[in-house]
Design a protein. Structure first.
Lengths: 495, 368
């Protein structure tokens, strides 16, 4: 947190423009200084010949003074007089710039001489003009002669000085040139150094800017590949990149947290489901175990067989028959792996069952069967008819004490094999029928499975529907309370 | 590593960058300063070379004297000028040999006019006795410019001082040399026991166009010395020969005329450097070495060589340097006191083959 405060908050734009502006400023300064240097040199070079120029100007100017004076002395025109005064003034100005100090330099001394002589000359010409105006012929010709002499001297001086200067300047000029060449070389080296140094620093600076971006990109790439286990990126600066890096770090951490949470949730849900399933399975297992402990059909079947043989040895025909029927009934139940049976087997089982019931209830149940023997080969799930019959016995005719009647019919209809089990018992309401057919009976409404073999109507209906793939494979018909119930099963006739 | 990297971040880079800018600016400024200094030096290098007048003195220059002579190229005048210049530098005076740098060559008269018009602070002039010169000297003095004549005087002018050789003394020195030659001739006559020569013809070269009192003083000096000192049997004939020195080449022609004449002189007296050189050359050319003796003037290198080769008998050396010094001193003193003695003589020395080696070495050293 402390670091965050001390971090400079300079924006990326400012940084980038800053570095480029600085680089430009650097180059500008160097250029400027070098240009100043070059300028100075050029000035020096100029000044080499400036003196000559000045002297030439001087020569031109004094000749104008001389000419105009001569002209005036010749012609006495006002025009020439004006020219004289003007040129005299110009010349005055020019000589005022000349050196007037005593120095050790001969050129300076020559300048001084030119200046002094020129002053004398101008005075003389002034006298000459004055004398001419005053018509003092003798005087003006004397002054004119003197002026001419001075004019010659001055000219000689100017020319000589010009020459001498030119001579020394020419020799200086070559030295100047060579110095200039060296300066050029040094300039070039300095510029080159600046460019190299500047590039080095710009590269260094930009890479210091780009580095975090590069790291960020690398991390982002890792994240994109699905690896969230990356180190957090260090935030170096407070600029936009720093902000983005910070956000990225937070994002990665958040995503990691979310994934963790989702994983936990899923784990919890799965364990819950597992638990539920386990409870159910154990329940089923318990039920199975329970049922198994209740009945050991093989044992029972063998026992019954032994009983039947015993009855035969004692010549008790009815007991033998009874036990034989009972044994047959259980044998059917204990056969293994045969979930699909022929209709005939089912009918046989009903026969055995009815026989047993009649023995038990001493012939109370009247049993009729009308079978079309041509179609009893049709296949059907086992243990279908017996529960239906049991149901009819239990709910239909048990309490009718001798008047109960069950009729079984097997016939063909519309290409189907129809099996009808009809009783004349208490019947069912339509509501009840619907509930049974849709399997919506509550546990209380269901008849206790413990009574018979534990297979309820809903089981039968489900199995039949699964077997035939048809919803209408089972139908229940009852015309109301006390009017009996008919269960009709439709099976597809085999070709 | 990370920590290191951290150290290079924005603030530091900015700092380094600014430092770099500063350094580069300083470097380039230094470079440009150095070179502009260099160039300035180069620009004025020639000037310093040409203006021998020194920036090498501590005294600020505030006066400007000019020296006027038409024979500026002679060693004699160069030496005088050198003396004046050096003395001037000591006293804060810039002395110029006027006309030296001019494209035209002007006469002393013209140079005087220039100097006066240029309002110089003092004039040192090799004057003659002409009226023009007198007028100009008077004009200059009238305008407050002190004029010193050197080596040649204009006695009637208002010049403040004459610095020169005592011409009469000079004449006497020449006279002594003539007598010495006479004695040597007498001696050789007696040893050879044949009278080869009873008469020595002496010719003094007189410049016809720079006529001034000096030459006549010299002449009378010679005459009186020869008259009084010659106690030999040898008769000495003194004559003057006029040398036309109006322009550059006439001197030489005049001298050759003398040698072409029937009777060549035995002794030739030269009163200036040019004459001495011309006579020396003519003697060699006309094969008269050993037959005629030259009494020369001044101690230029060629004259000294002439002595060491026995072509020139002897020469009178004037302390030219001292003359220059005296000139400047005279004007300076006049400026300060308003008073100055009218005549300042420079030392003269006789150089013959006995002592020529001293001077030869000296000049050689100097030229070196």
């Amino acid at each position: 947190m402390k670091e965050k405060h001390s971090r400079p908050t300079v924006s990326l734009q400012l940084k980038l423009s800053g570095i480029f502006i600085l680089a430009s400023v650097l180059i500008f300064i160097v250029n400027g200084v070098l240009i100043i240097g070059i300028n100075r040199m050029t000035e020096e070079m100029d000044s080499v010949y400036r003196d000559n120029l000045k002297l030439n100007e001087l020569a031109v100017s004094i000749s104008e003074v001389q000419n105009s004076m001569t002209d005036y002395l010749n012609t006495k025109t006002t025009d020439s007089l004006e020219r004289y005064f003007k040129s005299e003034q110009d010349y005055h100005k020019l000589i005022a710039e000349l050196n007037n100090e005593v120095t050790g330099d001969y050129y300076d001394l020559m300048e001084k001489n030119i200046r002094n002589m020129s002053e004398e000359y101008l005075t003389t010409t002034g006298y000459a003009i004055e004398a001419k105006r005053g018509r003092n012929v003798e005087k003006y010709s004397v002054e004119y002669d003197k002026a001419c002499r001075l004019y010659n001297y001055i000219n000689t001086y100017i020319n000589s000085l010009n020459n001498e200067r030119f001579k020394s300047n020419s020799s200086n000029f070559s030295e100047l040139i060579s110095a200039f060449r060296i300066f050029e070389t040094v300039t070039f080296i300095v510029m080159f150094g600046v460019v190299v140094g500047s590039s080095f620093f710009v590269i260094g600076f930009t890479s210091s800017l780009i580095d975090p971006v590069r790291k960020l990109a690398k991390s982002a790439d890792e994240v994109a590949k699905g690896n969230f286990e990356i180190e957090t990126i260090e935030i170096i600066s407070g600029d936009e990149i720093g902000v983005v890096t910070g956000a990225f770090n937070k994002m990665v951490v958040s995503i990691r947290q979310y994934i963790e949470q989702i994983k936990e949730n899923m784990e919890y849900e799965r364990s819950m489901q597992e638990k539920e399933l386990r409870i159910e399975a154990t329940l089923k297992e318990a039920q199975l175990k329970y049922l198994q402990t209740q009945i050991n059909p093989h044992f029972l079947f063998n026992t019954l067989n032994a009983g039947a043989q015993l009855a035969m040895m004692e010549e008790a025909q009815r007991t033998y028959d009874y036990i034989q029927n009972t044994a047959e009934f259980f044998r059917y139940n204990v056969r293994e792996g045969n979930t699909t049976v022929h209709l005939a087997d089912e009918i046989n089982l009903i026969d055995h069952y009815i026989y047993i019931l009649n023995v038990r209830f001493s012939g109370d149940i009247k049993y009729e069967k009308t079978i079309d023997e041509n179609i009893v080969d049709v296949l059907m799930p086992s243990m279908i008819l017996q529960p239906i019959v049991e149901n009819s016995v239990n709910h239909g005719i048990k309490e009718m004490e001798g008047r109960g009647k069950i009729s079984l019919r097997v016939y063909s209809e519309d290409g189907f094999v129809c099996i009808s089990v009809k009783d004349n018992g208490i019947g069912m309401s339509q509501e009840m029928i619907d509930k049974v057919l849709s399997g919506e009976l509550t546990e209380e409404e269901k008849p206790s499975p413990v009574g018979a073999h534990g297979i309820g109507m809903d089981n039968v209906i489900k199995r039949l529907r699964l077997f035939t793939d048809r919803e209408d494979s089972v139908s229940i018909i009852s015309e109301g309370e006390g009017k009996g119930t008919e269960v009709i099963i439709k099976l597809v006739k085999e070709e | 590593m990370k920590k290191r990297k951290r150290r290079y971040s924005t603030k530091n880079i900015l700092f380094i960058y600014s430092a770099m800018i500063l350094i580069v600016a300083v470097i380039s400024f230094a470079v440009s300063m150095y070179f502009s200094g260099n160039i300035k030096a180069a620009r004025h290098a020639g000037d310093v070379k040409d203006s021998q007048a020194g920036q090498d003195t501590d005294v600020a220059l505030d006066k400007y004297y000019v020296m006027i002579t038409s024979d500026r190229d002679l060693d004699f005048w160069k030496s005088v000028y050198e003396g004046a210049r050096e003395e001037g530098l000591k006293k804060g005076v810039s002395v110029e040999m006027i006309g030296d740098n001019l494209s035209e060559s002007y006469s002393e008269i013209e140079l005087m006019e220039i100097a006066i018009a240029s309002k110089v602070d003092g004039i040192i002039v090799y004057a003659d006795e002409s009226l023009e010169m007198r007028t100009l000297i008077d004009e200059a003095v009238g305008k407050g410019i002190p004029v010193v004549t050197v080596y040649g005087d204009n006695a009637n002018s208002s010049r403040i001082c004459y610095v020169g050789v005592g011409s009469y003394n000079l004449g006497r020195e020449y006279g002594k040399q003539i007598v010495k030659i006479a004695r040597e001739t007498e001696l050789s006559n007696t040893t050879a026991s044949t009278h080869m020569n009873d008469v020595i013809r002496v010719v003094a070269l007189i410049n016809s166009y720079s006529d001034n009192a000096n030459q006549s003083l010299v002449w009378s000096g010679i005459q009186s010395t020869v008259m009084s000192d010659n106690n030999t049997q040898i008769q000495i004939e003194l004559t003057q020969a006029y040398v036309d020195n109006r322009n550059t080449f006439t001197t030489e022609e005049s001298i050759r005329d003398i040698f072409r004449s029937e009777e060549a002189p035995d002794v030739i007296i030269c009163l200036n450097e040019t004459d001495t050189n011309c006579v020396y050359q003519s003697l060699v050319d006309y094969n008269k070495v050993g037959k005629a003796s030259i009494l020369g003037y001044y101690d230029s290198e060629s004259i000294l060589k002439g002595i060491s080769r026995n072509v020139i008998y002897s020469t009178i050396s004037v302390d030219t340097h001292q003359m220059g010094v005296y000139c400047v001193d005279a004007i300076k003193e006049y400026e300060e006191t308003g008073n100055i003695s009218q005549y300042m003589p420079a030392d003269i020395t006789l150089i013959d083959k006995n002592n020529v080696s001293d001077y030869l070495n000296e000049t050689e050293e100097v030229t070196e």
